[in-house]
Design a binder for this molecule. Sequence first.
Ligand SMILES: NC(=O)c1ccc[n+]([C@@H]2O[C@H](COP(=O)([O-])OP(=O)(O)OC[C@H]3O[C@@H](n4cnc5c(N)ncnc54)[C@H](O)[C@@H]3O)[C@@H](O)[C@H]2O)c1
Length: 440
Amino acid sequence: MKISVIGTGYVGLVTGTCLAEVGNDVLCLDLDASKIRILREGGIPIHEPGLLEMVQRNVAAGRLHFTTSIEESVAFGQVQFIAVGTPPDEDGSADLQYVTAAARNIGRHMNEYKVVVDKSTVPVGTADKVREALQQELARRGVDTEFSVVSNPEFLKEGAAVEDFMRPDRVVVGADDERAVNLMRELYAPFNRNHDRLVVMDIRSAELTKYAANCMLATRISFMNELANLADKLGADIEQVRLGIGSDPRIGYHFLYPGCGYGGSCFPKDVQALIRAADSIGMPLKVLNAVEEANETQKRILLEKIKGRFGADLKGKHFALWGLAFKPNTDDMRAASSRVVIEGLWAMGATVTTYDPVAMTESRRIFGNDPRLAYADSPMDTLNNADALVIATEWKEFRAPDFEAVKAALKNPVVFDGRNMYEPARVKAHGIEYFAIGRR
Ligand SMILES: NC(=O)c1ccc[n+]([C@@H]2O[C@H](COP(=O)([O-])OP(=O)(O)OC[C@H]3O[C@@H](n4cnc5c(N)ncnc54)[C@H](O)[C@@H]3O)[C@@H](O)[C@H]2O)c1
């Protein structure tokens, strides 16, 4: 099949590459010429395990191409995936300007039947807007070409995106015409070999399903974070509690890890977008509002613990920070807790030296050359002259540090662990003061 992917970011590039991997001809479009240049030069603009090799393999096989030309992209694919960003608007609702611009571009140039597939996370009713934009552009040209609009939300996780796309738990397809459903079945057949993973439904339900999934996961996290804070106060150990409740199959062990708040490009904005969408029709979502509020508080939990130990005036103090990415295996720092920690420490007068295996380039892009933030070549190199160590991302390479060396390098042997990486007793046995989230 010939497929165009509009928007070559985390979702678009993974989608296009995985579809090429199973034999399709794919053209990825982005308006950001620098991304397309990197891809054409044989690199990738993001960090995603396994993606670079797959991109290179499919480019070499002649199945994967990149362009900045809208005209070329519209002419290329019978299937047109829209995978552009849907960032939060000023009030938190999803900003649909990129989605509608992509739809208009298709309408301006299409001359034969196309299936326009919305892969971006979009509020209920967006497919109608996409259809309207297409119709308006076709009418303006006096062209009467058929098209279908499909909602096909993406569930991949950054850091495991290739694996998730190649072996999806489910593929949600929202469509209202048989022709489009059949095309989507054919398109996803190679990812369906073990058992049928396609869940076909109406378009509005498909649009809501994506928000429901992310909001459910965010709810579990915020719930566990609040319980962890309570455990801290009550002298209980949240890890014991996690094991105690996770064994119930109705609850399960997944996504019950407390920490210093969820971040990333999806949960914060999707929670906000669903809240705003519900508000706009006069149906406030009480649970989700609480989920968001709890997360905002949780992102400051490390700062509160630091204040509790060192006081609110941190002038002249220096902190080591392990981890910048919002989670391991990605360089994405959108809404990362590390940013709240860095800015909070700065606000109290402190400086920071940090290390992250892949996100330091992204951090430099965000913070520029601010002299209050230095970068080290290894986790241990951050510790010299630091008053304490703070951990914001649970990278594998932080799992088993030499605690004696950590203690020796720090001015004060104090660790604030926002990701509960260690057994408290083990750390304390080295004479280190250990502050985790809900751990005894
Ligand atoms: N990142 C994730 O883990 C993830 C997972 C599931 C769903 N999603 C959803 O997928 C969508 C894309 O997310 P992302 O993280 O890939 O975003 P991203 O910011 O990494 O990529 C979006 C890309 O679209 C390009 N773009 C914008 N307008 C364009 C246009 N009119 N034509 C061509 N290109 C255009 C941008 O230049 C950018 O490169 C969002 O709605 C997001 O919520 C993201």
